[in-house]
Design a protein around this ligand. Structure first.
Ligand SMILES: Cc1cc2nc3c(=O)[nH]c(=O)nc-3n(C[C@H](O)[C@H](O)[C@H](O)COP(=O)(O)OP(=O)(O)OC[C@H]3O[C@@H](n4cnc5c(N)ncnc54)[C@H](O)[C@@H]3O)c2cc1C
Ligand code: FES
Length: 324
């Protein structure tokens, strides 16, 4: 069995065990969130030994070359010495605004640290400073905003989301590290049609991307479909309708699975609606965010409707089955 050396102590990795599971079982705290290789919270560095290539999926080449890897998907094949050298510095900031966007979604605005740079649609890893509980949240703000905006949905019994709803107050301190993620708009091809589809708080990254796209003078048609189980789950409707009035090439379609169809909206399975409404999606660039099974279904349907895989960007909001 491979041995993990950390700060002079040896930990034997069980059969089929990840580095994260081994260290957690041994009482060592490694920050983690999704536990499935998506959020990059658990990135650590092999100081000796080589991490298996699969444990570096999604990391930048510069990090791969320095032997960084994701502890939650790393089943070591040889002995390793690891160090918790952080890839990005941890920022400590105050909450500057907190308000309800609907019954189950809260908008947090955080101070933006000097020199912090990101692209709209990327995410940060938010840290509760009292115990280092960490979860990923997408940025709904754009780099031009002088705050960082998050949209957080209350998950029943969810440790972070319920704390944000029930306890966190304006002026309180939180920490975060990041940004990470590659679901963002890259300028170029200004006349390419864009399709943005999100479920629930999957609107957060899309709201940032949309404002970025409009500000950057994208001229091609931009379609945003925002889906919820029923109308009360939608949010920022008026703001999106205002954008649609202001920008002729932008359309906003609120979608629900059940109940009354919102004005100008659609009812049905969101995985079917964009292709049904727009027809062929050949030539489109597509951004998909939110509930993982729906994001995966939309990715498949977009491909079948003609979108090149290279033009599909997605952020499934993967969560750990058990707390990490
Ligand atoms: C890249 C990325 C971006 C994300 N962006 C956002 C965002 O912008 N807004 C946002 O609200 N969330 C976002 N998430 C999800 C977020 O990171 C947390 O998973 C979520 O807030 C739940 O955390 P929690 O601590 O409240 O729940 P936990 O204590 O982790 O979970 C409690 C229980 O609920 C289950 N659970 C957790 N999340 C869900 C869910 N969404 N639906 C159903 N069951 C669930 C868990 O399996 C567990 O049993 C994102 C996730 C990723 C990976
Ligand atoms: S990538 Fe390892 S916890 Fe998310």
């Amino acid at each position: 069995m491979p041995t993990i050396n950390f700060e002079g102590q040896d930990f034997v990795c069980g059969e089929d065990e990840t580095v994260l599971e081994c260290m957690t079982r041994s009482g060592m705290l490694i920050p983690s969130s999704c536990q499935s290789g998506t959020c990059q919270t658990c990135v650590i560095r092999a100081l000796e030994g080589t991490p298996p290539p699969g444990s570096q999926n999604g990391l930048k080449d510069t990090l791969k070359q320095q032997n960084y890897f994701l502890a939650c998907i790393c089943k070591p094949e040889e002995d390793m010495t690891i160090g918790l050298s952080l890839v990005s510095p941890r920022n400590t900031v105050n909450v500057i605004e907190k308000d309800a966007l609907n019954e189950s979604v809260v908008r947090l605005r955080l101070e933006k640290p000097d020199g912090f740079s990101y692209k709209s649609g990327q995410f940060i890893n938010l840290v509760r400073t009292s115990d280092d509980l960490t979860r990923s949240y997408s940025l709904a703000s754009t780099p031009d905003d002088d705050f960082l905006e998050l949209h957080i949905k209350r998950v029943p019994d969810g440790k972070m989301s319920c704390w944000v709803f029930d306890t966190l107050q304006v002026a309180d301190e939180v920490a975060f590290f990041g940004p990470a993620g590659d679901c963002f708009y890259v300028p170029g091809k200004p006349d390419q049609p864009l399709l943005l589809v999100g479920t629930g708080t999957g609107l957060a990254p899309l709201y940032g991307i949309l404002r970025d796209v409009l500000v950057q003078g994208h001229t091609g048609p931009v379609h945003l479909f925002h889906a919820s189980l029923a109308a009360p789950g939608l949010y920022l409707e008026q703001s999106l309708r205002d954008f649609a009035t202001q920008y002729e090439h932008f359309t906003y379609t609120p979608c629900v699975l059940h109940g009354d169809t919102p004005e100008g909206g659609q009812q049905g399975n969101i995985a079917d609606i964009p292709a049904r409404e727009l027809g062929s999606l050949s030539g489109y660039r597509v951004f998909l965010c939110g509930d993982p099974p729906i994001v995966n279904a939309l990715r498949q349907k977009s491909f079948l409707a003609g979108v090149s895989m290279q033009d599909i960007f997605s952020d499934p909001f993967v969560f750990a089955a058990q707390d990490g």
